[in-house]
Design a protein around this ligand. Structure first.
Ligand SMILES: [Zn+2]
Ligand SMILES: [Zn+2]
Length: 174
């Protein structure tokens, strides 16, 4: 959603709060495409401080569907963070020192979805697991081991042990 912030940028010490809906329905990145399962509107507060600094603040709460890092089952993952942007106002032009490309601003139009997108990327969870003790998938047949055991022999043997096992299996063949 685009909001026009020109009035705040141009009025000294003005502050506005606005409820903005997030239009993103999925989060697409190099990591994949993750559907957004839940999102609440963001209350953005935009503050002009002495015609020098513009603050953009708000709290974001979204739930994305992210595959478990071990078994690949989709896990609803809540990502909550605060937007806390501080921009310099230079002759009514906005400058973001932290981000080289602030594509969320086009003149005085704030693209809330692009801003939220950039912040989700920064707040991306390090590790997503369906449960702490997720068993993962079988390296041999690909079965989800949380749903039972497939019976494959998965023990990765010490090479020396493997050699002994070879000898035993040779005996068996004889
Ligand atoms: Zn899992
Ligand atoms: Zn298996």
């Amino acid at each position: 959603m685009l909001i026009d912030i020109s009035k705040v940028v141009k009025s000294i010490n003005k502050e506005v709060s606005e409820e903005v809906s997030i239009e993103l329905t999925s989060f697409e990145s190099r990591l994949g495409n993750f559907p957004i399962l839940q999102k609440s509107p963001v209350v953005l507060t935009i503050t002009n401080q002495e015609n020098k600094t513009l603050f953009i603040r708000g709290a974001v709460d979204v739930t994305l569907s992210i595959p478990c890092g071990r078994c690949l089952e989709e896990v609803p993952t809540q990502i909550c963070f605060d937007i806390d942007k501080k921009l310099d106002i230079n002759d009514s032009v906005l400058v973001d020192d932290e981000m080289e490309e602030n594509d969320y601003l086009i003149g005085f139009e704030l693209d809330v979805d692009k801003l939220v997108y950039a912040e989700i990327l920064v707040n991306w969870p390090m590790k997503v697991l369906c449960k702490e003790d997720c068993e993962g998938i079988c390296k041999v047949c690909g079965m989800n081991l949380n749903k039972g055991d497939c019976g494959c022999q998965r023990t990765e043997l010490d090479p020396r042990m493997a050699a002994i096992q070879d000898i035993f299996s040779k005996f068996k063949e004889v």
